[in-house]
Design a protein around this ligand. Structure first.
Ligand code: C2E
Ligand code: CA
Ligand code: CA
Length: 644
């Protein structure tokens, strides 16, 4: 029988047992109560009173017969009625219970009293009620009934003792049964308790094993990482979510190089330990929101979501490769290993989990073919792009060390009097092999890899150092050096402290500096950025919104930030002479900027026609090839000299 069935049976037994018990207790207690000595003696007394009354009636009848007139006939009748009343009462009181033989007394006396009363009232046979014959007969009837009642009364005493003895016996039995019942009940309760506890434990164990099974089904026992089915589920989910988000999803397929050799030569324990260390290294390399899984053996996958460029996947792959090729210490042995990574991108390369896994696997084999310890994208164009990208990153690091970067400067003119009011510093890279590279080509890469943080500091330091050599006192009283700051620099910790340090170091006055930031930085509205911008304002450093109009159309944010200058993107200026729409737009931007007390710079002015239109539109400042291309440091110095 199953445990729940036993439990149900036990409960049923307990329930019916209790019912029977209650019935038995109720019945026995009622009986015992009835036989209590008090009850018995009361019965005995009532019987005795009755018999005595009967005795007195017999005497009165005898008296009346022998001594006519002395005791009134009426009084005999009344006495008879009294005895009758007594009988009636006794029958009512002891209607159900008759331990001492009340019914027997009743049976004896009742017919006799009935006869006596009838005879005394109506006579008997042909005799008158108060005739001597009637009295004679009444006397005999009463005498006889009384004698029999007396005999019964004698028996009552004995019966009392018998009843009490019997009840004492019953009480004894009752007690035994009650104790037995209580013992059984107690045992059953304990049984139920034990059963309950065991049941509870069983449920708990069941739950644990269920969890264990679920864990085993979803996680790899060696590394604790999600396993293949679990990963596929996550991947499918990410693909689904990706369909509604603009970001890209990438899948990295990582396979250790020559793991089999390590396993075969050093043994499985070493292999397992190495796998564990590899898992933890991959885990440390990726972001909290990315997912790493072990597909089995020496194969791992990483899921990267919400990327704006697939290049990110190659940066992470590179970082993982770097981490995995560092030496391992396994049970005191130094082991060297490396990995090959295949990368596929969704939705570009495929839109379902299986296709992506297959693609990534294929890409991984391509990486192995390329000599291992490298990565390959599923598409060769992507691989080429990534390789160029990473090469550029490597070259930039070198460029920073080897001073391959230099600055060009482009004047910004006051449109009223054509004097130089600002000078923008623009970065150039003289690559030893590729020649001159423009910032549009390498700055996005530096932003992606984070190198822009260092490059940006270099630009700021170098441009301030250069500008301090200009005759600032002789220039426009509001002259400013304009330096581009990338949004990524703020995330890298650029703020008051760094800027103050550079200004102090180069001795450059804060009030002659303007930082050019992009709209997206303001839209992002990060607390740290806002704090930094407020600090700059306090220091006296100006802020310009660069490339205005290309990003977002919401203008309200301009009021929330301490901005002084608006630079209208050159794409709007380019067609201003031909395109009426562009002209209207520039007009509106200028009006709005003036409404907000901002100074407007028009970028990319190339013709005199553009210049005169901008003047009509009341633009404040201009910058562009029409005045000067970005020129090198010594040239700008000469230009400044000529202009003052
Ligand atoms: P930007 O800040 O909008 O800089 C102005 C760009 O327009 C410069 O290109 C400049 O050479 C070009 N330009 C100026 N006048 C004219 C013109 O009349 N016509 C045309 N077609 N172009 C003109 P450059 O120097 O190639 O810089 C490109 C971008 O690279 C800059 O755009 C800026 O966003 C970024 N950049 C340059 N230097 C730095 C830097 O030091 N730090 C950061 N974070 N970004 C920089
Ligand atoms: Ca700029
Ligand atoms: Ca610009």
């Amino acid at each position: 029988m199953t445990r729940p069935a036993i439990a149900i049976m036990l409960v049923a037994i307990l329930f019916f047992g209790t019912l029977i018990g209650i019935f038995y207790v109720q019945k026995t207690l009622a009986e015992i109560e009835e036989a209590l000595p008090i009850t018995l003696s009361k019965q005995e007394r009532d019987i005795r009173v009755l018999v005595n009354d009967m005795g007195r009636l017999v005497q009165s009848i005898a008296f009346t017969r022998s001594n006519q007139g002395l005791i009134g006939f009426e009084s005999v009748i009344r006495q008879t009625q009294e005895v009758e009343q007594g009988l009636k009462r006794i029958r009512e009181i002891y209607h159900f219970s008759d331990l001492l033989g009340i019914s027997a007394i009743h049976a004896k006396l009742n017919p006799a009293i009935f006869d006596i009363k009838t005879w005394l009232m109506a006579g008997v046979y042909n005799f008158q009620p108060n005739s001597p014959q009637t009295l004679e007969l009444v006397n005999t009837r009463a005498q006889q009934a009384y004698e029999e009642a007396e005999i019964l009364l004698l028996q009552v005493g004995e019966t009392t003792i018998d009843v009490l003895t019997e009840q004492a016996q019953r009480i004894k039995e009752f007690r035994t049964i009650m104790i037995l019942t209580l013992v059984v009940l107690a045992m059953m309760t304990i049984g139920m308790l034990v059963l309950g506890i065991r049941l509870q434990r069983m449920v708990q164990a069941l739950k644990e094993s269920e969890e264990h099974i679920r864990y085993r089904a979803n996680y790899d026992s060696l590394t604790g990482l999600p396993n293949r089915p679990n990963f596929v589920e996550h991947l499918s989910e990410a693909i689904f979510r990706g369909q509604r988000n603009p970001g890209l999803t990438a899948l990295l397929y990582i396979d250790l190089d020559r793991f089999k050799t390590i396993n075969d030569t050093l043994g499985h324990d070493y292999g397992d330990e190495l796998i564990k260390q590899v898992a933890s290294r991959i885990h440390q390399t990726i972001r909290e929101t990315d997912l790493v899984a072990r597909l089995g053996g020496d194969e791992f996958t990483v899921l990267l979501t919400n990327m704006n460029d697939a290049i990110r996947a190659s940066i992470i792959a590179k970082a993982i490769l770097g981490r995995l090729s560092e030496p391992y210490s396994v049970y005191g042995h130094e082991i060297y290993s490396s990995a090959s990574i295949g990368i596929t991108v969704c939705p570009n390369d495929g839109e379902d989990a299986n296709t992506l896994l297959k693609n990534a696997d294929m890409a991984m084999y391509a990486a192995k073919d390329q000599g291992r310890n490298t990565f390959r994208f599923f598409t060769s164009q992507m691989t080429d792009r990534a390789q160029r990208f990473l090469e550029l990153d490597k070259d930039m690091r070198r460029a920073l060390r080897e001073e391959e970067f230099y600055l060009c400067f482009q004047p910004i003119l006051d449109l009223q009097n054509q004097s130089i009011i600002g000078i923008e510093a623009l970065l150039r890279w003289q690559h030893p092999v590729k020649g001159l590279i423009g910032p549009d080509e390498f700055i996005p890469v530096a932003e992606e890899t984070g190198l822009i943080v260092d490059i940006g500091l270099w630009v700021l330091r170098r441009s301030c150092a250069e500008a301090i050599s200009w005759p600032l006192q002789d220039m426009h009283p509001e002259f400013y050096l304009s330096v581009n700051i990338s949004m990524r620099q703020f995330k890298g910790g650029f703020g008051k402290a760094v800027l103050s340090e550079i200004l102090a170091e180069t001795d450059y006055p804060a009030k002659h500096l303007v930082l050019e930031i992009t709209e997206s930085l303001l839209i992002d509205d990060d607390a740290r950025t806002r704090e930094a911008l407020d600090d700059f304002r306090q220091m006296g450093v100006g802020l310009a919104v660069d490339d205005f109009g290309t990003g977002y159309s919401a203008l309200s944010y301009l009021r929330k930030f301490p901005v002084n200058i608006l630079k209208i993107d050159r794409s709007f200026i380019h067609d201003i002479a031909e395109n009426m729409g562009d002209r209207r737009l520039v007009e509106a931007i200028i009006a709005m900027a003036h409404g907000l007390d901002l100074v407007v710079v028009a970028e990319g002015v190339e013709t005199s026609e553009q210049e005169s239109l901008l003047r009509d539109l009341r633009c404040d400042m201009v910058q562009g090839y029409f005045y000067s291309k970005p020129i090198e440091a010594n040239e700008i110095k000469q230009l400044i000299k000529r202009s003052i």
